[in-house]
Design a protein around this ligand. Sequence first.
Ligand code: ATP
Length: 363
Amino acid sequence: MKTYRIACIPGDGIGQEVVPAGQAVLEALAASQSAFRFVFTPFDWGGDYYRRHGRMMPVDGLEQLRGQDAILFGSAGDPDIADHITLWGLRLKICQGFDQYANVRPTRILPGIDGPLKRCPPGALDWVIVRENSEGEYAGVGGRVHQGQPIEAATDVSVMTRAGVLRIMRFAFRLAQSRPRKLLTVVTKSNAQRHAMVMWDEIAQEVSREFPDVRWDKELVDACTARMVNRPASLDTLVATNLHADILSDLAAALAGSLGIAPTGNIDPERRYPSMFEPIHGSAFDIMGQGLANPVGTFWSCVMLLEHLGEAAAAARLMAAIESVTADPALHTRDLGGQARTADVTRAVCARVAAPQPVPQPA
Ligand code: ATP
């Protein structure tokens, strides 16, 4: 029997509710078969750790994670600690330290979910957004001078490297190639940003020659928002810079019904380091500790984790269980207009992975 070592970092806010829920679902899945098992290691890093130690994670945190097969992450954010400290001190430290340069964000309208796109026929919204996750606008390059003075100045410099763009383009074309429609949209802003984004476009063109069977087009990021709303079926796989994809994927999550459903994987495609899986929502302090958090985004992230580990059958089984639960309005949490609690949804998914159900068909 294979053993997978999974690091669990619930972090802050509702991360402390949804990560244990994800762990419970993975345990139920492991218990229902004999091919693999999980060993979970918890890490109490985040806002409370910062209050005790003055940092979000220990100095040797990356060393502690290095031997793990994957990381299940909740969220980092604290009302009393500046956002740039919580973000750069934990999540980005792991993403950058482990060179998880491909951030993958699937979006679909799951069965039973009422999205805002009323004219969207079933199946019309089925996207994967690939976000460049290691440089660009979030490279961390910049500074402030003359703080507090009238002449104060500040810069955030976007850095794009040929190597960085090449590898994310190759990843995106490969992913598009693996999906039935073999369709990629390269999101850009080269009309206004005439240096790095022009290089981005040129490299997309170069890489496209390696993938003659992938149809691809270019879309300006502003036009892309309208296209996502008006012509969702014209999109399949998208690749965008760190900032652009950050924004587009929140839009995608909202169009799919709720931020609480959307998953993501921070992937090191070369598998030198553990990859990290997390719901895309944040700490949601407005609902923390009340059992209201929708755990589906975390469960779907667990599906991505299983796929990354090569457990495709188990991943499909968990996804079918999730879809059978979303199809039942009695199991919708408050963000979806229902009254179910985190624990109800978790119990239902655990029960369904133990006794697989047929995947519901859209009406
Ligand atoms: P952060 O600063 O950590 O990103 P935030 O509060 O700005 O946090 P989110 O945590 O993503 O942003 O929450 C935005 C809104 O969506 C909040 O009102 C929150 O309650 C709701 N929300 C987010 N995730 C969930 C979830 N899993 N279940 C239910 N509601 C959610």
